[in-house]
Design a protein. Sequence first.
Length: 163
Amino acid sequence: MSGVRSGLGWDSHRLVAGRALILGGVLFPDAELGLDGHSDADVLTHAIMDALLGGAGLGDIGVHFPDTGDAYKDADSIELLGEVLAAVRAEGFVVVHVDATVMMERPKVSPLREAIRDRLAEALELDRRSVNVKACTGEGMGFIGRGEGVAALAIATLQEAAG
């Protein structure tokens, strides 16, 4: 096994009325639309979870948290991230760095970016300098550009734990 591994994660959810918009564990209080999904549909946290699981060779979030029953209905994705972190550590890895991009037309991520970064760093038990969050729009193209949904992409760097 090599000492350093990377994992890539991607997720997307449809925007709908009547649901909260939560990204990286942070509620966007003035959002007109929220994300539709079995859990809280936090695409950013889901992408990070998949990146961590991928780096550790542990499959994906669908394997660990299936949407086929009530066990994870409306689940808090930050709590699930804690479970993923524990699984990654049980495999003998530590998380070194996470870099993620949220793709959505509106609302703007920038007003809450630092709160998201802090929340994710806390959940991952990392210094905030080891968590980066970026945002971009779809420039009016595709489901993101038309404001129909939100997507996120993440990469995680893991290292074998010492000893």
